[in-house]
Ligand binder design. Structure first.
Ligand code: 8IG
Length: 263
């Protein structure tokens, strides 16, 4: 079965599990963003991803992701709580299956969120940043064959302007996706700075490419959860990363609740 047929099957099952409702927008909640998901309101439906075709079962029973269906103003959103990362080794097709499922379900816009390292010293842990563009350093693509998708405006000008009309203080930056799962060396962060990166993380770019192939309008939002390696002289701790996400959740939940009905 092709990845697109696989996504079509997942979308059909998802529709069956959400009373046949149409969805307008999908959101992928990245690390540190899950508390913000709870601030979007009570989901009307919540489906474990592992129960949809093409999503793998979680490594720990009961600890897999879910997809929520909820109403926001006069729109209906699919909220993916949890994503597959490339470093899990399931392949790039698994990484973008959620995005393709959302596209097959009929959404027109996709909000990709993540937690990441920041290369700009002023961006302290907990700072939200709007993604203006990306650099894909994974040496792979979700597309196979002669699929020459235009990436001149991956992150929609319209949606970026919309978010910044809601919160004009938000800075913009270029997101660099690496494979991980290790964090970078200071020398690698030096390289990422030299090529024009402001944010570094292990998601988003591959999903954004798949979304553009599907014709979705994309918005990318990062929370800087730590200064990138070597920028402060301190080592990186996963716990700090999680705590910064928790601190930013209120502000991000409010931002998403404002923006999504207009997306
Ligand atoms: I959260 O500093 C988070 N994810 N590659 N580097 C990379 N990924 C990250 C980082 C970081 N922080």
């Amino acid at each position: 079965m092709s990845p697109y047929e696989n996504a079509q099957h997942a979308a059909e099952e998802l529709r069956a599990r959400t009373a046949g409702l149409d969805h307008d927008v999908a959101v992928v909640m990245g690390s540190g963003w899950l508390p913000a998901a709870d601030r979007l309101g009570e989901p009307e439906f919540e489906v474990p991803l592992a129960e949809l075709p093409g999503f793998s079962a979680p490594a720990v029973a009961g600890h897999g992701g879910t997809v929520r269906s909820l109403r926001l103003g006069d729109r209906r959103a699919l909220v993916f709580c949890g994503r597959t990362h490339y470093y899990e080794g399931k392949g790039v097709e698994a990484v973008v299956h959620g995005v393709r499922t959302a596209a097959a379900a009929g959404v027109r816009a996709l909000v990709l969120t993540n937690g990441c390292g920041g290369l700009v010293p002023e961006w302290t842990p907990g700072s939200p940043v709007v993604i203006s563009d990306h650099i894909n350093l994974t040496a792979t693509s979700p597309l196979v064959g002669a699929t020459f998708v235009d990436l001149t405006e991956v992150y929609s000008r319209r949606l970026r302007d919309l978010v910044r009309s809601v919160d004009p203080t938000l800075p913009e930056g270029v997101y660099v996706q690496v494979t991980g799962p290790h964090y970078e060396t200071p020398a690698e962060i030096g390289m990422i700075r030299a090529v024009g990166g402001h944010l570094v993380g292990m998601s988003t770019a591959l999903e954004a490419i798949a979304a553009r192939e599907a014709g979705l309008e994309v918005l990318g939002l990062s929370i800087v959860t730590n200064h990138a390696a070597g920028t402060t002289g301190e080592p990186l701790h996963h716990e700090e990363v999680l705590e910064a996400g928790r601190l930013a959740a209120d502000r991000m939940g409010a931002l998403l609740a404002d923006v999504l009905p207009q997306v």
